[in-house]
Unconditional design. Structure first.
Length: 586
RNA sequence: GGUCCCGUAGCUCAGCUGGAUAGAGCAGCGGACUUCUAAUCCGCAGGUCGCAGGUUCGAAUCCUGCCGGGAUCGCCA
């Protein structure tokens, strides 16, 4: 149950009654009523600005309208009082019975509490990571990976049918570079002294095993071939090996994609899907041969005027039209990506979401244009941009250079820091804000670390339930039993504050899912943890407020219901973020 | 030069798509451990929401223009 929607429905009902009674103009359209928890608890449990929103349309003064709505609302049992404040706010105090019902609902619904039907089963394709298969993943990939994965969980939790997809860029020039690098490692594996890696090739040790595989499977036969003969063979083997590596890296972060879509597959088996996609656009009159203006502001010696095949992306808000064919006659990366998205659309997805790194931000308008053009605007398309992660150690920036091969790999990060802190910290920031990630701070299992703070709240709740079993061996502390406890005993202000916060979980999930912003969950969980810890602290100062009240099994049962409900919400929330919820942290 | 993102407490950041007196953590100062696990809690202090206009009952939030920081700018991917 979602208290916010519940109150919104009641207000909506009140407005309709007012229209029937002709106290409110019947011909005005009623907007969706938004309710919110006021910042100041003195303003009640729920607040609505509906009177101010409608005042102009209704031709009435906000406070007069608010008064009419308030009268209709108070007949409802779940509403205790309605005050009118300021310019026309409805400040609503809920009956305690509703908080008792929410607590019971959390316990009875368990992991289902907060699930929503927002998506109504809509087919969502969520593409994330899509790192080039040219080496192991480094920390730069990490944020988008975690973000995409958590967003996928969040969308599933809110009723979407989500496919987690990885676009494998196994067709471009970088795969040739990979293959040439692997070929050198192959010769090395055969005993040849290759010296140091030539400039422009990948120097990392991770290609040595690939060289060995090539030596084992092909012996010396590759050495006797010309480059155009061995290149396709080595490309295939090397890129497959790199994808195996990447899959292991992702698994270390508990990330598992449903689909790995190969770029090169689109032009294989005598069927050129890229050509098909371009033809589809051509039929819409969006393809032409022309010249692009030279970009201003930076000198480019290599620039030459050239007629080329262009996509009219400016029709859809892009700055310039975009090239589809390179000067060597092959497709541009963009052409392939158009075809890939055309493919997604043809597979029946109605919602496409891409997670980009900040370095691809300039790619956003043309991709948006392409999807609009291909779908005639019928696809819900969103690109989430993850800003860069800056690594620090003891406050000092960690310098990385891919060319020198000294970049920090994702695996090293996970092994040093642990999955949970990595995942949580990557989400403990808005995706489009830059993120500073300090090894030493995140490794430190201290108060400075929000992950442990939240996890500790969960462990603490679990601990209370264990201890209760010792204090009252006969008590049934299963969620279903606790849901039946006399919850009217929950009357302390701290207890009520906690319940009210927990009751906001379903609404928070809705908002985060709509906005595609999983970080909201991380901040919410921090707040839930804080509120639980705070109530614990009150028990330290005032023993009669402790969760386990040895003098009264009844009071204890009601408080355990609250503790168990808190544990459940934290567990569900952390589950969406892909972070463990430990029973104990001793 | 074009486009996009960011600018909120000393530092790191939230701010629920326009609401009421702008919040949290860290750092600083002062308190609470024979504990329902102190990985915690309580208190104090800290602000021209980059600047200037505009939109309206109401702006950190939306629009415009500046200032500062970052990303990116045919044929790489």
């Amino acid at each position: 149950m979602n208290v916010y929607e519940h109150v919104g429905d009641m207000i909506h009902g009140a407005l309709k009654v007012l229209q029937q009674e002709q106290k409110l103009a019947a011909d005005i359209e009623l907007p969706k009523v938004e309710t919110e928890a006021p910042r100041d608890p003195a303003h009640g449990d729920m607040a609505s600005n509906i009177a101010m929103v409608l005042a102009k349309r209704a031709g009435q003064k906000p406070r007069d309208l608010a008064q009419l709505v308030a009268e209709k609302l108070t007949v409802n049992d779940d509403i205790q009082t309605v005050d009118i404040a300021g310019p026309g706010f409805l400040n609503i105090k809920m009956s305690n019975s509703i908080w008792e019902r929410v607590t019971a609902a959390i316990l009875n619904q368990g992991p289902q509490f907060g699930r929503a039907q927002l998506g109504e089963g809509a087919k969502v394709n969520l593409e994330y990571v899509s790192a080039n298969p040219t080496g192991p993943m480094h920390v730069g990939h990490c944020r988008g990976a975690v973000f995409g994965d958590a967003l996928a969980n969040l969308l599933e939790f809110s009723g979407h049918d989500v496919a987690r997809e990885y676009y494998v860029n196994d067709a471009g020039g970088q795969i040739d570079v990979l293959a040439k690098s692997a070929y050198l490692r192959y010769r090395e594996a055969l005993g040849e002294d290759i010296g140091s890696m030539p400039e422009g090739l990948y120097p990392g040790d991770y290609l040595k095993p690939v060289g060995q595989i090539l030596a084992d499977s092909h012996g010396k036969s590759l050495k006797e071939m010309d480059e155009d003969q061995w290149l396709p063979i080595v490309r295939e083997i090397a890129s497959n090996a790199m994808m195996d590596l990447i899959r292991e890296d992702l698994a270390a972060l508990n990330i598992h994609h449903d689909v790995f879509f190969s770029e090169s597959s689109m032009t294989q088996n005598g069927h050129d899907q890229i050509k098909d996609a371009i033809e589809a656009l051509r039929k819409k009159g969006l393809i032409y041969e022309g010249q692009l203006p030279k970009p201003k502001g930076h000198e480019d010696e290599e620039w030459e005027e050239r007629e080329q095949t262009l996509f009219r992306s400016t029709d859809f808000g892009d700055d310039v039209d975009r090239a589809l064919m390179k000067s060597d006659g092959t497709y541009t990366y963009f052409a392939g990506d158009i075809a890939y998205h055309y493919n997604k659309i043809k597979r029946g997805y109605t919602h496409l979401i891409n997670v980009f790194g900040a370095d691809h931000i300039g790619y956003l308008p043309r991709m948006t244009a392409a999807v609009k053009a291909l779908s005639d605007g019928n696809i819900d398309f969103d690109i989430k941009v993850c800003q860069l992660v800056k690594l620090y150690r003891d406050g000092e920036p960690v310098r990385m250079s891919k060319r020198a091969g000294n970049f920090v790999t994702l695996r090293e990060l996970v092994e040093e820091v642990g999955v949970d802190p990595v995942r949580f910290m990557m989400l403990y920031r808005k995706n489009d804000a830059p993120l500073d990630f300090d090894f030493s701070k995140v490794t430190e299992q201290s108060k400075d670390n929000p992950v442990f703070y939240v996890q500790y709240a969960h462990a603490r709740a679990a601990s209370v339930l264990r201890n209760a079993k010792e204090a009252f061996p006969d008590m049934d502390i299963s969620p279903s039993a606790l849901a039946k406890a006399d919850l009217t005993q929950l009357s302390d202000q701290g207890e009520l504050a906690l319940i009210k916060l927990l009751s906001g979980f379903p609404n928070l999930v809705l908002g985060a899912a709509r906005a595609h912003e999983p970080h909201r969950l991380a901040f919410y969980l921090y707040e839930v943890a804080s509120t639980l810890h705070k109530q614990w602290g009150r028990g330290n100062d005032s023993p009669h407020l402790r969760f386990i009240h040895t003098d009264s099994q009844g009071v204890t049962a009601s408080r355990l219901a609250l503790v168990a409900a808190t544990q459940q919400v934290i567990s569900s929330g952390l589950g969406i973020l892909g972070v463990q919820a430990p029973e104990s942290m001793r």
